[in-house]
Design a protein. Structure first.
Length: 322
């Protein structure tokens, strides 16, 4: 199979030129009528490759749980969607965004992890005939946390926002990686380890040097190290993604960016926090003292005040068991 190659012009243009271009949205999609604020920004990354950039706020009735980023890859055989949204209605919102790009059907949906916006919209696209792929561990995580996710979603998006949402799991699973050729487009899915959630994967487009990272990468907002996370292997998963040297990183949250921005906002934060908490433990301090850690170098990130101390507490818990 012949892979799609970047044009000669694209190889000689400076990186700053392309980063400016990708940050210019081509259109926006709203939850209901044109009078409401935009929810998803449709951003062209390369020929036939788009990011749907959601807000970095919490889930709410307006965004229907789509406070995340999604990917659209248009192939000769149809559309490959990276993550289907958090709810049935959220999936419909995503489909409206896709229709602003192409009238081709959604043939394949990739679930990059176990968070609600990575899979709970599966039912909508399955009803349209899409084939769904996820890592084995992502499906296990989805099944284990389903009840908690639906309860939490109901409280955030409301009963009306949750209407129609039913759990639908992947038709096909893989262990470590899945290589696809869809309409002459090579797509690689890699599960490199437990990150924000147990089954997180990244989607690599080698011909375009674009990666959709799911929740392995956060930019513009502080990541969350939750009870479902594993910070040590998260660092390794990031390194596996970064080894591809992508030109464009579409994080799970935040604007598309270059690899350096992804490293600063995710990788360096995780490494810093691990080292700082370990030093606190080595000095004989308990978890109640994690507030002593100066995380202010990352206070430029949204949600810093809400998540920074909580993240340190979670890393402390994990280090106690290493």
């Amino acid at each position: 199979m012949q892979l799609i190659q970047n044009s000669p012009a694209s190889r000689i243009m400076p990186m700053w030129f392309w980063l400016i271009l990708i940050l210019l949205p081509t259109s926006v999609v709203c939850a209901g009528n044109p009078g409401v604020a935009p929810i998803l920004k449709v951003t062209r990354l390369a020929e036939n490759v788009y990011a749907l950039v959601g807000p970095i706020t919490n889930r709410d009735p307006e965004n229907l749980g789509n406070n995340a980023n999604f990917g659209v890859i248009v192939t000769e055989e149809g559309v490959v969607l990276v993550d289907p949204g958090a709810t049935y209605k959220g999936a419909l919102m995503i489909h409206e965004a896709i229709r602003s790009i192409t009238d081709k059907p959604v043939k394949l949906v990739i679930n990059t992890g176990g968070q609600d916006h990575r899979w709970l919209g599966n039912g909508y696209f399955k009803s349209l005939g899409a084939h769904i792929i996820a890592s084995e561990k992502a499906v296990a995580d989805q099944q284990a946390r389903l009840t908690d996710q639906l309860i939490r979603l109901g409280g955030l998006v409301g009963e009306i926002g949750l209407q129609g949402t039913q759990p639908v799991y992947a038709d096909e699973t893989f262990t470590d990686r899945k290589l696809l050729d869809v309409g002459h487009t090579r797509i690689e899915i890699h599960h490199a380890g437990h990150a924000h959630t147990l089954g997180d994967s990244f989607v690599w487009l080698p011909a375009n040097e674009i990666v959709f990272t799911g929740d392995i990468v956060y930019v513009d907002r502080l990541l969350g190290v939750g009870s479902q996370s594993a910070h040590r292997s998260w660092i390794s998963a990031f390194e596996a993604m970064a080894a591809r040297k992508p030109e464009i990183v579409v994080a799970g949250h935040g604007n598309p960016a270059g690899l350096e921005k992804a490293k600063q906002d995710t990788y360096r934060y995780l490494v810093f926090l691990r080292e700082a908490v370990q030093a606190l433990i080595d000095d004989g301090h308990g978890m109640e003292d994690v507030g002593r850690i100066d995380q202010s170098r990352f206070e430029y990130l949204d949600n810093y005040d809400t998540l920074s101390v909580r993240n340190a507490q979670r890393v402390y818990e994990e280090l106690e068991w290493e």
